[in-house]
Design a protein around this ligand. Structure first.
Ligand SMILES: [Zn+2]
Length: 332
């Protein structure tokens, strides 16, 4: 190894090992004259960052002169910050996002409070569980990663903010929601899961549109002399659901999206030819917990459980099922 290696010591670099599919982001280190790279992007709830030996300078794809910001390079996510600590009663926390003092305090308080709630509800056997604090990618504020093979179960905490939306309280709620997932996936009996599926389904309303309804809908639309998109915009919420169901059907049956229907109508054509002829079903799912609960019965449980554990009010039937489920999850 030439001695210009000194110049890259301490820098972040992307290295590519012959057997690996993708490059790794590492911080270059020199010990006893040998170069290695300390892994920066955690992959599986890693305990402490691993170091990879750099045997050939050729495996280095690029060296960053300064630490790059959060982003991507060579299609690799760059989360160049890494730090870790123990946080009881959780487990090992790996930070891939640098938190300010306030953010850090809110995170720790929130998670400790969530841990205390699990203890009070006597389901703290779900812990310890490793945590990863990551940049928000705009989607989920948290995620439970179920271990495969000998990997670690862990939870990713990635809210857009550690300060807004209630600060520590928001963090507690994310932690409790995520702990609902191993509760469901690993410990809940099929009998109880079925109860959640049935309750979830109980909020789904299926309405049938008869051929007569459909005819009336077409008449109302045609006599408006508007483009479908403009017509849709002016509809009341209820009527919009019906019109959308018709549009969905047209899209599925005729492969024509709204904007193409607009073209047909603006050229003087009608939609009668494309309108559904036989009866149509439309379903509406509104769960009186959170909008996200409508995603599926497992998320419905996680949302209900976290709100219950936070002491929020829930509709009686849901609160009852949360209580019974928690009781069933407690060790006997
Ligand atoms: Zn979830």
């Amino acid at each position: 190894m030439p001695d210009n290696s000194l110049a890259i010591e301490g820098k972040l670099a992307l290295i590519k090992l012959p057997e690996a599919k993708r490059p790794f982001l590492v911080r270059i280190r020199r010990r006893k004259g040998r170069l290695s790279g300390v892994m920066q992007n955690g992959t599986s709830g890693s305990q402490s960052p691993d170091a990879i030996a750099i045997d050939s300078i050729n495996s280095i794809i690029c060296v960053f002169p300064n630490d790059p910001p959060f982003g991507r390079a060579y299609n690799i996510p760059l989360e160049p910050y890494v730090a870790s600590e123990r946080l009881r009663p959780w487990g090992n926390v790996t930070y891939y996002r640098k938190l300010s003092e306030t953010e850090q305090r809110n995170f720790q308080r929130g998670m400790i409070r969530a841990g205390r709630r699990l203890h009070e509800l006597k389901i703290n056997y779900l812990l310890p569980l490793d945590l990863e604090v990551r940049q928000s990618h705009g989607k989920a504020a948290g995620m439970y990663i179920r271990a495969r093979g000998d990997g670690n179960h862990h939870i990713i905490i990635s809210p857009t903010s550690f300060v807004d939306n209630g600060g520590a309280k928001h963090i507690s709620r994310i932690g409790l929601h995520e702990i609902g997932h191993p509760g469901w996936q690993l410990y809940m009996t099929a009998l109880y899961k079925a109860r959640w599926v049935r309750m979830y389904h109980g909020f789904n309303k299926i309405r049938a549109l008869s051929t007569e309804d459909l005819r009336q809908q077409l008449t109302a639309f045609s006599s408006s002399r508007e483009l479908p998109s403009a017509y849709r915009k002016d509809l009341a919420e209820d009527a919009k659901i019906v019109f959308d169901a018709i549009l969905d059907w047209i899209k599925k049956a005729h492969h024509l999206e709204l904007k193409f229907l607009d073209i047909l109508v603006s050229a003087g054509g009608g939609l009668g030819k494309y309108w559904p002829r036989s009866s149509l079903h439309l379903s509406e799912l509104v769960i009186p917990v959170t909008a996200y609960s409508a995603k599926n019965p497992e998320e419905f449980w996680c949302e209900s459980f976290s709100l219950y554990a936070m002491g929020e009010t829930l509709p009686r039937s849901i609160r009852g099922l949360v209580r019974r489920t928690i009781r069933r999850l407690q060790p006997r």
